[in-house]
Design a binder for this molecule. Structure first.
Ligand SMILES: Cc1ncc(C[n+]2csc(CCOP(=O)(O)OP(=O)(O)O)c2C)c(N)n1
Length: 661
């Protein structure tokens, strides 16, 4: 077979596995894999560096299918190139419950999947994070060990999503020339031609963001190869616009939305088989073609072996760093160091905003843990994420560890996922808590993909004051507590803050959100060796035979303690529970919960400057919730707490009224 003929046949292997997989599942998206099979074939056969026998090889090229609905493309490629984790049976089980081949590729279920990219626009932004991670890691351990590319296939949908603009702009600004974006430019999405909704000039869009752009026919192997060759030496991130036909090969459905998201149907499939000269049964790949594909899976072996030799020669500091971080371990002496730090905080008893406590904690942590990569979305001075040991990353210099993400929260969160996925950097990024709304889709994916990303969310309540209700988070604690596998922390003072960071650093498969105050807070913690926040909630101030248990988080713990004092003059004994992490407390044993909250008969009260959602599981229907049920207002913090009745006087009055009624 001539080379191009062979490439066509190999691309048809991908096409028909996609067609057959979707048909058998009776659900899925055949059009995109059929359209991009030619590009993917050249990429995987001739360029992409990977080793199916060692899918986690550090220096593999990363491949992100941002158009994740076309998942059969990646499943077919992983199968064909010899990943042992996937069999033909897995392809036949596409979209069935517990199948490795999920509807959209899910991270952590199948070797070779680099990220979960169901929500359009996330994948391309994760890819930017991975390309950035590659640069950061290369500058730390050397380009002899880390020198690969990140390839990403994105569709029209990804490029219509706003997050993609943030990602493109950021990647162009930093000059990430290791990033190759393959745009599946088929001009079709679900509603039909993309011209119903978009008409921008993509070349100008990307060029204005400092990218190189090449436009090719995505079905012409020579053009694809030529473009990928140029991409190897690009001085900027590069976008290859691949003009393709969605559903390529389907006589009646190619070029139309009819093949975007539904099976082609038996009759049409028979016609595609005829048209593409594919006489084989469903899921049948002729051995000769399979062998070619398996050979593509071994083409990086020489580079892989060289890399292993290089790694074995690398200096011990670098290889120790890699071994430790790739195994998600903290340094051996970290326990002692943090214990010393906590002792110091306990002795100093600082009265400060928890955003400041977070800054002090980060000052210590960033000096100890080079895997921490900080940053903020243009709020560094407010969220206090910069520390003296974190130099800014700049265009062309990636030795620093602080990222100026610009005013791009959505991308910041998804880039942090990419940083984490690439090689276990632990990213932390800050913005105002209220703008967690802008990051929510990526925060949810951090949790779904089990990535250790730390979100620094300051200005956590009406306590931020004059900026007013647009800036005052009300429902955000509840929103983030609602995400499975996401720990939302709201520490009450400096010691709780470092304890919450310690948990975030030890919890390797769970992202964390740190809700932190703008306003100063008293120091409330007692001296302790044990990290008490790891229970999620604990008795911070007890009483004998309590009449009421008052639970609070963050700034309201001090209010609860004041309330306790005021209740004494009414002969009411109050126990105070600090609850820095409701998610973790909810997972404690019933015995522990009862020990902390007391039995069902005792009145329970929550004080938290947010909505009540989520608290009734602990306070029952008879409990009292003192918080917010409407948006905040603009004014001085003190006036706002009074106005909304979140004060010790208001709490005391309510409790007295209930107990004495
Ligand atoms: C954030 C988000 N919004 C909507 C969807 C639903 N959706 C899946 S594919 C798609 C159209 C994508 O069009 P395109 O990228 O051109 O893919 P193609 O039609 O070429 O397969 C939409 C709207 C989604 N997955 N993510």
């Amino acid at each position: 077979m001539k080379n191009n003929e062979l490439n066509s046949a190999l691309a048809n292997c991908v096409r028909f596995l996609a067609i057959d997989g979707v048909e058998r599942a009776n659900s899925g998206h055949p059009g995109m894999p059929m359209g991009m099979a030619d590009v993917a074939t050249i990429l995987f056969r001739e360029y992409l560096q990977f080793n199916p026998k060692d899918p986690k090889w550090l220096n593999r090229d990363r491949f992100v299918l941002s158009a994740g609905h076309g998942s059969m493309l990646i499943y077919a490629l992983l199968y064909l190139t010899g990943y042992e984790d996937i069999t033909i049976e897995d392809l036949k089980n596409f979209r069935q419950i517990h199948a490795k081949c999920a509807g959209h590729p899910e991270y952590g279920h199948l070797a070779g999947i680099e990220t979960t990219t169901g929500p359009l626009g996330q994948g391309i932004t994760n890819a930017v994070g991975m390309a950035l991670a590659e640069k950061l890691l290369a500058s730390r351990v050397g380009e002899n060990l880390v020198n690969h590319k990140t390839y990403c296939i994105a569709g029209d949908g990804c490029l219509m999503e706003g997050i993609s603009q943030e990602a493109i702009s950021f990647a162009g600004h930093l000059g990430l020339n290791n990033l190759v974006l393959l745009w599946d430019n088929n001009s079709i999405s679900i509603d039909g031609k993309t011209s119903v909704a978009t008409s921008e000039n993509m070349r100008l869009r990307f060029e204005s963001c400092n990218w190189n752009v090449i436009e090719i026919d995505g079905h012409n192997f020579d053009e694809i190869r030529d473009a990928l060759n140029k991409a190897q030496k690009s001085d900027k991130p590069i976008m290859i616009s691949c003009k393709t036909t969605i559903g390529f090969g389907s006589p009646n459905k190619a070029g139309s939305e009819k093949c975007h998201g539904s099976p082609l149907g038996k009759d049409e499939i028979a016609l595609v088989r005829q048209k593409l000269n594919w006489p084989y049964e469903a899921f049948e790949i002729p051995q000769e073609l399979r062998n070619e594909w398996l050979a593509a899976g071994t083409k990086s072996n020489e580079n892989y072996n060289k890399w292993q030799q290089e790694f074995s020669k690398s200096d011990s500091v670098k290889s120790e760093y890699l071994k430790r971080v790739l195994n998600k371990k903290l340094p051996n002496n970290f326990g002692e160091k943090i214990a010393e730090f906590k002792e110091k905080i306990t002795a100093e008893k600082p009265k400060q905003a928890t955003r400041k406590s977070s800054n002090v904690a980060l000052e210590f942590l960033t000096a100890e843990l080079p895997e921490l990569i900080g940053g903020s979305a243009d709020l560094t001075e407010s969220v206090l994420t910069k520390t003296s040991s974190t130099k800014a990353v700049t265009t062309g210099n990636f030795s620093g560890s602080y990222i100026h993400y610009g005013v791009r929260e959505h991308a910041m969160a998804a880039i942090m996922n990419g940083l984490s996925l690439h090689s276990n950097f632990i990213p932390y990024g800050g913005t105002f808590a209220v703008f967690s709304d802008y990051m929510k889709p990526a925060m949810r994916l951090s949790a779904l993909m089990k990535q250790q990303v730390i979100y620094i969310l300051t200005h956590d309540s009406i306590g931020l004051g004059e900026d007013g209700p647009t800036h005052q988070p009300i429902e955000h604690l509840a929103m983030l507590r609602g995400i499975p596998n996401f720990n939302t922390f709201r520490p009450a003072d400096a010691l709780e803050t470092i304890e919450c960071f310690e948990i975030a650093l030890e919890t390797k498969e769970t992202p964390s959100g740190m809700f932190l105050t703008r306003q100063n807070l008293p120091f409330l913690s007692s001296s302790r060796k044990e990290n008490i926040c790891k229970f999620g909630g604990y008795i911070i101030s007890d009483a004998q035979n309590p009449d009421v248990v008052i639970i609070a988080s963050g700034s309201e713990v001090a209010t609860a303690i004041e309330t306790k004092e005021k209740l004494k003059s009414h002969n009411i004994n109050a126990r105070i529970v600090s609850m820095p992490c409701l998610d973790i407390f909810a997972k404690q044993s019933d015995t522990y919960k009862k020990q902390v909250l007391g039995d069902a008969k005792i009145l329970k009260v929550v004080i938290e400057a947010g909505i009540s959602q989520g608290w009734h599981q602990f306070i029952g229907h008879d409990g009292i919730f003192i918080g917010m049920d409407d948006f905040g207002a603009s004014g001085k913090a003190e006036d706002l707490f009074k106005h909304f009745g979140i004060t010790s006087d208001a709490a005391c009055n309510k409790i007295v009224a209930r107990i004495k009624q």
